[in-house]
Design a protein around this ligand. Structure first.
Ligand code: PBG
Length: 321
């Protein structure tokens, strides 16, 4: 028998380039951004900031110049602006709406401006919806609030709204609301398979939120793969234009499964904890930062993501140029 030698195709950089199966494009990278009344660094997320409105505009321009495909905005209200319902989430002058307008003013249609449609940043208790007296999160009342929120975001200039609260029926309700108000062209990127993950830890610092209890009654159990596909199929059925899997790196099986059934673009969110782990290990000299960043994003695209949300979007777009 002749020795089979796959190594022949790895002999030189040129050969490896020739046979490379996938390549990450800057235009498929989306940069998550935080907007607040006052700018600040986020200690658990090196290189990531909460921007004030002026800082946000400058940062958006810089990311667009680097070639990123989109921006995903999160609003961080002052503590005084939080309440039980998260009403600043849909207020016309809420911080996220002002951030969306500012970004559209700065970059127009040069990139795709997305908004996280969820209440956890805006509620005192940190849950993604209305909490009943017995502690349960009220699905159907919350979905009504999400629809209001999506309308406020669309009015402020979002090209895409991204419901991330994992309430049942949220995509259908938001679609009907948008269409009814003349926003037929605003897209929905559904956080379809979203797991109750420890890797959102640094995000809580980023949005100055403390969570009472946990979210296991609405976010998914990390043990469930088939259920991730079911969630994506439901969102597709409700009219999602794109579906997302989150977190990304530890859920590549779910991502591959969702990519196999979806007839729309599939996104994956490399979340704050995935970012923080690589940054922390690199800071200690335990891994090579740039290689680890590139490898982690490449793996997500290889598994089936058409779009990757990553806090390294701008930096990586720069490397890829
Ligand atoms: C919900 C939302 C969260 C993230 C994105 N959208 C927080 C959560 O569900 O706990 C997490 C992103 C990250 O960790 O980077 N508003």
């Amino acid at each position: 028998m002749v020795q089979v030698r796959p190594r022949r195709l790895r002999t030189t950089p040129a050969m490896r380039r020739l046979v490379r199966e996938i390549e990450v494009r800057p235009s498929q990278l989306v940069l998550p951004m935080f907007v607040a009344e006052h700018g600040a660094d986020i200690s658990s997320m090196p290189g990531v900031r909460r921007h004030d409105l002026d800082g946000l505009k400058r940062a958006a321009e810089s990311a667009v110049a680097a070639g990123v495909g989109g921006l995903m905005l999160f609003g961080v209200p002052e503590d005084d602006d939080k309440d039980n319902f998260g009403s600043q989430g849909w207020a016309e002058d809420g911080i996220l709406q002002r951030g969306l307008s500012a970004v559209r003013e700065a970059v127009g249609d040069e990139t795709v401006v997305m908004a996280d449609t969820c209440l956890d940043e805006f509620t005192t208790h940190g849950h993604c919806g209305f909490v009943l007296e017995d502690g349960r999160v009220d699905n159907d009342a919350t979905v009504v609030a999400y629809t209001e929120m999506a309308l406020a975001q669309a009015a402020a200039g979002a090209h895409v709204v991204a419901p991330s609260g994992m309430m049942d029926g949220q995509v259908a309700a938001i679609r009907a609301g948008l269409d009814g108000a003349g926003f037929e062209d605003v897209s929905i990127l559904a956080y379809a398979a979203k797991y109750a993950s420890s890797f959102y830890g640094p995000f809580r610092e980023a949005v100055t939120s403390t969570l009472q209890g946990d979210r296991k009654t609405y976010q998914q159990d990390p043990a469930n793969r088939r259920e991730g596909v079911r969630e994506a199929a439901l969102d597709l059925n409700e009219g999602a234009d794109m579906v997302m899997v989150k977190p990304a790196g530890y859920y590549l099986d779910v991502l591959a499964d969702v990519a196999a059934i979806a007839d729309v673009p599939v996104a994956a969110y490399q979340v704050s904890g995935e970012h923080a782990m690589i940054e922390a290990a690199a800071e200690r000299g335990w891994i090579e930062r740039r290689r680890a960043v590139e490898e982690s994003v490449t793996a997500i695209v290889r598994a089936g993501a058409d779009i990757v949300l990553t806090y390294w979007a701008e930096e990586m777009a720069g490397w890829l140029k």
